[in-house]
Design a protein around this ligand. Sequence first.
Ligand code: ZN
Length: 378
Amino acid sequence: MRWSFRIAVVDGIAIKIHITFFLVLILGAIEWGSLTGTALGALFGVVLMILLFVCVTLHELGHSIVAKHFGIPVREIILFPLGGVSNITKNPDKPLHELFISIAGPLVNVLIAAVLVLVVGRIDRVNLLDGHGLLQQLQSPDLQGMLVWLLAANVTLVAFNMIPAYPLDGGRVFHAILAMFLGYRRATRIASVVGELLAIVLGIYGLIAGNFILVLIAVFVFFGASQETATADSKTVLTTLRVGDAYNKNALTLAVGDRASKVVDYLLTSYQPDFAVLQGSNLLGIVRRSDVLHALASSQIDLFVTEIMERQITKVDASKTLQEVSDYLHAQNAQVAAVYNGPMFLGLTSLEDINEAFAILAFQQRQQQARQQRQSHA
Ligand SMILES: [Zn+2]
């Protein structure tokens, strides 16, 4: 992200501040400076905003650490004036994982609020059941005022984030629960529509109440919801496209009597890197580009392909999705899989092929998003 810089690294996750974040500090200084009429009050406002964003960062770390626990890499957390964003590199596959990741952030604020309730409750002058007294506390620039204000802020963070509007946390929880019963695609459609409707309601309310931060958030939620639909569409291809429909049906193959020099010819005249060695229609082994190069380097004679082929074959059923095959290959620490339809060998597919499919889909998705952004700017 341009215009953001790193302030810390926690558990391998870079925590960055976007330059616009300083607006929040200035706003805090102005608000509390004018409320108290002193420079100390302004400083108090700045400290308050920093503490608020410590809570926001802990919230994002809650999401990120749970995501990492489920094996999803997290690149960075960026703090914007409207809140934090965790750059979680992919959406979780399992609804239950999405549920845990989404709920972890607000749960952190619940914990902070609980600790603050205990601390504030111990201070004699504060009665948590006395709303009017609390309101006065909120406006006093001292330690008690700070604690009560932070308590209110954390409760607000939980309440706001749990609004079931995709892509807010509450919307993701809602989506995860829907996905358990309706499948990923339908869940995304429903959660997005609900998110967009709630964003419109929020926006209208913000306009009527004259709260422009609410209007901004409503716009963010609205476009976030439609972007999630685009992501879900390309994700659906990976999770629904069967490898039986996606392997190379016109691949060059080798027979038992073929020699390494034939593979060299193939390598020079085609872009195919992996070759199935067949006896009739039975797969005996796989010759990869690296096997041939190795054979050329280590042997003077033109070896038979059966002498250089890899006999350890990772088999996958044609009904498996690209996502499943990719996960399986990673788990097996293998590069190539033989695709079978029952006992019948169909062809080969490699991690490279699947990654290419990923890249093409990601490109399509970026284009789609760019189109949406152009539309929203028009
Ligand atoms: Zn969150």
